[in-house]
Design a binder for this molecule. Structure first.
Ligand code: GLU
Length: 510
């Protein structure tokens, strides 16, 4: 095991849009693979044809690309030495049949011919007998139609007649199954709790249990990282490896903790109402007609999304919160992944985006802002747009807020905050605004410092305190009562524009 090459796979089923929990599974696998110079594989587990959703596979590929966690092997990423990477195509290789035959030959799996009605009757019988968790197992299978209860002759006849059958794992009675999980430590389960899982379905398709084991073996996967919901099936998987005599090929297991709702009550749902997306990209579910907004479309940076996700269940053991992808690759380890569920925090999620927004240069921000300006029909000089970004970025979480909170930089106000006007506009302050406009006309180099000094001098001369005129002045320039640093804003607007706006305000405000 020690000498094995580190190979991790992300193995989603294309049953819908990949939600953020799935992205986190991919991320942790990616980080571990990168840290150890290994491979990160994308395998599509599409053996359940009834749950197949059109577009889901493309979505998964696009989402991983947007997040910057690209597999170096697998569907959508140029395949690799173990192609094909879709289980429906791998079935053609005959590998699932081969391994299940091996289990049957070894006496560890069997054919079961029970119809849906017979299975239902069994369940009802067990329920009537007050069996807590009715299941097909070492006890109940004795009363069913399978190759353990039927004679060889009968089995052959049923087969020849084309009777549908499944292949089930023969789980022993009352045996201790022990396995190690990198996150949870040793787990011990009694085989009584494990059912005789179906390995091959009546349509010949393998179930998840069989298919993922065969593929993990064939693809030489070293670590199997997946959601906590798979923990209860892990004992059955341990038995399969054992019965195949391939325990040495078994990947190390890591079952990730759940992502919980903000209040810690239960699993985070894709219909969460916090206003923060649950999907990396917009997802439209054709079956239900539902549409979910994506992080990308809401204006999150992929770096912020990834950083937030990494800390949902993992911690670096220090107070550091901001991590680039390559820093995460260095810092990540499964030992620091919690066993207990991780609470999703919508506010913190926005905070991460804010941090990344602040780290961007004004040039970068201006570039991100320009499509919005274009859409609004605004034509402005790049330097001016950069200046606006510089001023409005402090209070924003998203670039889209630059417009919501700073459109007045581009369009002079025609209305003025009524509350502020009501409170502050009077004969004296009206004169002040006129005086300021006049005084500003005389300034040669209109800097923030000059604008401020002049402002203060005029106010002092008129016996007005800053509280009486500061916000009013802001409203005259922008129409609104709050915003970025006032005199920096004036400098950016420029002398002519400031004077013009003050004059408009004087003419408009009654
Ligand atoms: N296809 C499984 C899922 O989508 C993968 C679980 C695993 O990684 O083994 O949950």
């Amino acid at each position: 095991m020690e000498n094995r090459r580190v190979r991790l796979r992300f193995a989603p089923s294309p049953t819908g849009g990949l939600h953020m929990g799935g992205v986190r599974t991919a991320l942790f696998s990616y980080l571990f693979a990168k840290k150890h110079g290994g491979d990160f594989i994308l395998r599509i587990e599409d053996t359940d044809q009834t749950r197949y959703v059109k577009g889901a596979e493309e979505y998964i590929v696009e989402a991983l690309k947007w997040c910057g966690i690209e597999p170096n092997e697998g569907v959508g990423f140029g395949d690799g030495p173990h192609a094909p990477y879709r289980q429906s195509e791998r079935k053609e290789l005959g590998i699932y049949a081969k391994y299940s035959k091996q289990l049957i030959d070894g006496g560890h799996a069997y054919y079961a011919f029970d119809t849906a009605e017979e299975l239902d009757a069994m369940r009802k019988r067990l329920e009537a007998a007050k069996v807590a968790a009715p299941q097909y197992n070492s006890v109940s299978r004795q009363n069913m139609r399978n190759s353990l209860t039927l004679s060889e002759d009968e089995v052959n006849k049923l087969m020849e007649a084309g009777t549908p059958y499944v292949i089930r794992l023969k789980v022993p009675r009352n045996e201790e199954i022990r396995f190690h999980d990198i996150i949870r430590g040793w787990v011990v389960v009694n085989s009584t709790q494990v059912d005789d899982k179906v390995l091959i379905k009546s349509d010949g398709m393998p179930t998840y249990h069989m298919a993922h084991i065969v593929d993990d073996i064939e693809m030489e996967v070293s670590h199997c990282v997946r959601a906590e919901e798979w923990l209860p099936s892990a004992p059955a998987h341990i038995l399969i490896y054992k019965y195949l005599g391939l325990e040495d090929k078994m990947p190390l297991l890591a079952h990730l903790p759940l992502i919980l709702k903000t209040d810690g009550n239960g699993k985070l749902s894709k219909r969460d109402k916090s206003g923060i997306p649950m999907f990396p990209l917009d997802w439209h579910d054709e079956r239900t007609g539902e549409t979910y907004t994506g992080y990308k479309e809401m204006g999150f940076f992929p770096e912020a999304f990834i950083n937030m996700l990494a800390l949902l269940g993992w911690n670096p053991g220090t107070t550091q919160e901001i991590f680039s992808l390559s820093e995460l690759e260095q810092a990540f380890s499964f030992e620091r992944v919690n066993k207990s569920g991780a609470k999703f925090d919508p506010e913190k999620t926005k905070w991460f985006n804010q941090q990344y927004l602040r780290m961007k240069s004004n040039e970068e921000l201006a570039e991100l802002f320009s499509p919005i300006l274009k859409e609004k029909g605004i034509v402005a000089e790049t330097k001016f747009v950069e200046g606006v970004c510089n001023l409005v970025k402090e209070k924003a979480h998203f670039v889209s807020e630059f417009w919501t909170n700073g459109s007045y930089f581009f369009i002079a106000p025609t209305t003025f905050d009524a509350d502020v006007i009501k409170k502050r506009w009077n004969e004296q302050t009206a004169v002040f605004i006129k005086e300021i406009a006049a005084a500003y006309k005389g300034i040669n180099t209109f800097t923030a410092a000059e604008a401020e000094a002049t402002f203060k001098a005029v106010a002092e001369k008129m016996g007005l305190g800053p509280g009486q005129v500061m916000q009013l002045f802001r409203v005259c320039l922008s129409g609104v009562g709050g915003g970025p640093m006032l005199f920096e804003m004036a400098e950016l607007l420029g002398k002519e524009e400031v004077v013009k706006r003050l004059e408009t305000a004087t003419a408009t405000i009654k």
